[in-house]
Design a protein around this ligand. Structure first.
Ligand SMILES: [Zn+2]
Length: 280
């Protein structure tokens, strides 16, 4: 592996505010790109995490590859979603060593990466057996429990909130958006990745009723979770209307970042919601 010129470290992405922009971006970029690959295989490219050339491995036939959860870097071992969310975090938020970062995960390789480079990062995991703010043991460390609908952090505690693939599992995700807004400093940014419908409307698969019981509107879908063997229920797959919910929570200039590129090993139709808390 050779060091190369990484001075052009920029990931080109579209800041989409309408579903039509999303559709035209991905119909131009993604279909043609992905059709070039039939797997299993390896894609050479640049790794933003390793800051060198690398090779990204994908396992199944290209037709069936979940590109977002694949393309493992030979250097850092991280998949497309983790590498690209980290890349966009650094590019959009320009953090430094003193940046205060809130991230809604604490036992993942992505958390270790971000905490390692930005030591004032606070990570957490949800755990129904613990109280918000309490610590619970996991492997050889203590992990803080946080409920994203009732964070125990003070107001305006963070410059950045990162929430990757968590809100699909939160019935009252609007409350979580309000909490993200509350704990951000003025001009702080929130970066949110979610499963996406590629449509305007959010697909509501289940709701929590007032007595706490879950009502399924569609066949229950469970996603992998490092802390629960059976996985966690997907309450909704988000549509473009998440931007309107972010506006209701108080965020400004929100957009859906769309990206798909061979250069960095981010094949597939990748998206990331970004919003800003207004300044004072
Ligand atoms: Zn890497």
């Amino acid at each position: 592996m050779t060091h190369q010129d990484m001075s052009n470290n920029v990931l080109e992405f579209l800041q989409a505010t309408s579903i039509d922009q999303v559709h035209s971006y991905f119909s131009d970029h993604t279909a043609a790109l992905n059709n070039r690959y039939s797997g299993p295989g390896k894609l050479p490219g640049k790794c933003h995490v390793c800051r060198t050339n690398s090779v990204f491995t994908f396992g199944a036939d290209a037709d069936q590859v979940n590109w977002r959860e694949s393309l493992v870097c030979a250097g850092c071992g991280l998949i497309n979603r983790w590498r690209s969310c980290f890349h966009l975090f650094e590019q959009i938020c320009s953090p430094d060593k003193n940046s205060s970062v809130c991230i809604t995960e604490a036992i993942t390789p992505l958390y270790k990466l971000i905490h390692g480079r930005y030591p004032k990062t606070r990570g957490s995991e949800f755990n129904s057996r613990s109280k918000p703010g309490d610590f619970f043991p996991h492997s050889d460390q203590l992990i803080q429990m946080q409920d994203v609908t009732a964070l125990t952090y003070e107001n305006a505690a963070f410059e950045t909130v990162l929430s990757f693939d968590v809100l699909a599992h939160v019935a009252d995700y609007q409350r979580a958006l309000s909490e993200f807004h509350r704990v951000l400093k003025p001009n702080g940014k929130v970066l949110i990745s979610v499963p996406f419908t590629f449509q305007q409307e959010t697909e509501v698969r289940a709701i929590a009723q007032s007595d706490g019981a879950i009502k399924h509107l569609m066949t229950p879908q469970y996603h992998g979770d490092p802390l629960s063997a059976g996985g966690v229920l997907c309450f909704q797959v988000f549509g473009m209307d998440l931007l309107a919910q972010m506006a209701l929570a108080g965020f400004e200039d929100s957009y859906l970042g769309c990206y798909s590129t061979e250069t960095w090993g981010y094949l597939g139709a990748n998206i990331l919601f970004v919003g800003r808390k207004p300044g004072t």
